[in-house]
Design a binder for this molecule. Structure first.
Ligand code: GLN
Length: 582
């Protein structure tokens, strides 16, 4: 079958949910039987999202193959359910870097290297590469129509269309229809302007998705129909919803899948089956139970606003586990800086929570507040889940208060600490010396040998992850470039293996493993790199506690609505116990 593309562009304002719409379209096409993938175009000059500020761009998503990417790729994976590699993210930085490298290597000998055709050609080459093994590729163009930055991409997409034919590309425009307070009427003018701006690039939308606080009425549909010169049934309403997972269901109610396939000259290959997706969505909307957990973090405040996007995968993993357990999980966002108080004040702030999470993080601010929150959870038998930094700080807290090393710290926050609980591997010391910060952390999927009989093992087994990860292990074994991710596999009968994704520089200091274990904090899993002699600690757990588990990895990246992450399931179950069996 000839390759087909669905191009998703946004008009009017940013942040209208283009990523969720693109992910929903990819999901719908997958449900119709097509092998679908999705590409995110980020028109910024950064080569990847690794060095971007989380309060500006939200979380950095990590792919299995070690890409640090804009959060939209996470939505695609969560909706499609498939692994999406880093090649599916295209940034202007990558495009220019590739063209300049080729020029330096003499690949354009004799030619003047110019914006047109060299930049669009490289964009098309990258799109073709990412779409290689798929029938349909959804391409989300970042930014808003009218931005200077996305002009080369629109130009490239138009040339791609010329090359493969108009019936192989379907354009979807997502706009926003404001209802100004003082007028009280939904306005179509900004949408009309977005259509006009898009047409300046020779692009006419096949479908317009209209985001608004409420459903679009016939009057406004008609107005857009006339202005865009497309039938009214191609103008689709996308009102605000309580959970993003209703989005594909709502689109399907308007037959969006069939309409897109029609524009691409295709027919559905199979009858889509949304029953289990629908069941999870109903549980999110009408849960039977409710618990409240606290996330002690720091990237949420920007000016007078809160941006929870910095922790979007953690939030999603909680929502998935909640849906899996038919329980609404209310999240209290707690700024770690506000916790740097006395013990009593910390107890007052955290009282009533059924569980506490310390997610990933970088830099010193808020560290002591996070440690106090962990101490509170440990002492008061409150379920605790630590993610990456949340593991490192749990070890520091335990070393200070149980092993009685009051000056214990991590080398990231106090390099001169007499009791450093974390260290940099020699390879990382070199990287830091040369200030090479981009794409140099321990990134992507790594195998962990987990001890059979531990709580961590029990959870991974209960939710069938050991079996599923075996497939990924076999795949990595066959790829010479990715094989290092497995390290040394412990074949003794006391161990089994799983795979999670990572994004960190520091590792638990092997010197302290024994003293810590002797006092009761168990290391329940480790990774053994091929090239380093020290094992890297991957999981910890306390046995005399209802649930005190932390991981050096980010299990939130592998959580899906229909396949929640085992540690999140264990944590929410413990939070429910805390709430209902008190
Ligand atoms: N800052 C810590 C490190 O680099 C933890 C990183 C994280 O939480 N993702 O090791």
């Amino acid at each position: 079958m000839a390759k087909k593309f669905v191009v998703v562009v946004g008009g009017v304002i940013s942040g209208v949910g283009k990523g969720i719409a693109a992910a929903s379209i990819a999901k719908i096409l997958t449900e119709n039987g097509y092998k679908t993938t999705a590409i995110k175009i980020d028109p910024y000059i950064n080569c990847d999202a690794g060095t971007l500020r989380p309060t500006e761009h939200g979380e950095v998503w990590v792919t299995s193959d070690g890409g640090e990417i804009d959060q939209d790729l996470g939505n695609y994976e969560r909706f499609i359910g498939d692994e999406i590699p880093k090649i599916n993210n295209i940034t202007t930085g990558q495009i220019y870097q590739a063209v300049i490298e080729k020029e330096r290597k003499g690949e354009f000998l004799g030619e003047t290297v110019q914006f047109i055709p060299h930049i669009p050609n490289e964009i098309i080459r990258r799109i073709e590469l990412a779409s290689e093994h798929h029938e349909i590729t959804v391409i989300e163009v970042g930014g808003t129509i009218g931005d200077y930055e996305n002009i080369p991409y629109l130009f490239a997409l138009k040339s791609l269309e010329r090359k493969i034919g108009i019936n192989s590309v379907c354009y979807v425009l997502i706009t926003f229809l404001p209802v100004p307070n003082h007028v009280g009427e939904m306005k179509t003018k900004p949408t009309q302007q977005a259509i006009k701006l898009l047409s300046q690039h020779g692009i006419f939308p096949d479908i317009i998705l209209c985001r608004a606080v409420k459903e679009l009425d016939q009057v406004r549909k008609k107005k857009i129909e006339i202005y865009a010169n497309i039938p009214a049934d191609m103008v689709i309403s996308a009102p605000d919803i309580s959970t993003i997972y209703t989005c594909p269901l709502n689109f399907e109610r308007e037959n969006l899948g069939k309409k897109i396939l029609n524009a691409l000259d295709l027919n559905p290959k199979q009858k889509s089956n949304w029953s289990s997706w629908q069941q999870m969505v109903s549980r999110i909307i009408n849960p039977s139970r409710e618990v409240e957990i606290g996330i002690v973090c720091k990237y949420i405040e920007i000016g007078n606003y809160y941006l929870e996007d910095a922790y979007i995968s953690v939030k999603q993993a909680i929502e998935h586990a909640g849906a899996g357990l038919d329980c609404k999980v209310k999240i209290s966002w707690i700024s770690a800086n506000d916790l740097e108080l006395s013990d009593e004040e910390v107890s007052q702030q955290l009282a009533g929570l059924n569980g506490i999470i310390v997610p990933g993080g970088f830099g010193t601010s808020g560290i002591e507040g996070k440690i106090l929150a962990i101490q509170y959870a440990r002492n008061n038998q409150i379920p605790y889940l630590g993610l990456c930094l949340g593991l490192q700080l749990a070890v520091v807290e335990f070393a200070r208060n149980v092993v009685k090393l009051p000056e214990a710290n991590t080398t990231e926050f106090k390099p001169e600490s007499p009791h450093p609980m974390t260290v940099l591997l020699p390879s990382q010391v070199e990287i830091m010396k040369n200030s090479r910060y981009g794409a140099t952390m321990r990134l992507g999927a790594y195998l962990a040998n987990i001890k059979i009989g531990t709580l961590v093992h029990h959870l991974y087994q209960q939710y069938n992850r050991i079996e599923k990860d075996q497939k990924l292990i076999s795949y990595l074994q066959s790829d010479p470039h990715q094989k290092f991710r497995l390290g040394v596999i412990n074949n003794q009968s006391a161990y089994t293996q799983i795979i999670e994704r990572h994004r960190h520089r520091y590792e638990i200091n092997p010197q302290y493993i024994n003293p810590i274990q002797q006092k009761g904090l168990q290391f329940s899993g480790y990774h053994q790199p091929l090239e380093e002699s020290v094992p890297l600690m991957e999981f910890i757990e306390l046995t005399d506690h209802p649930f005190f588990v932390a991981t050096q990895a980010h299990p939130e990246f592998k959580s899906r609505l229909q396949d929640p992450a085992p540690l999140f399931m264990g944590f929410i179950q413990a939070a429910m116990k805390n709430h209902y069996e008190k």
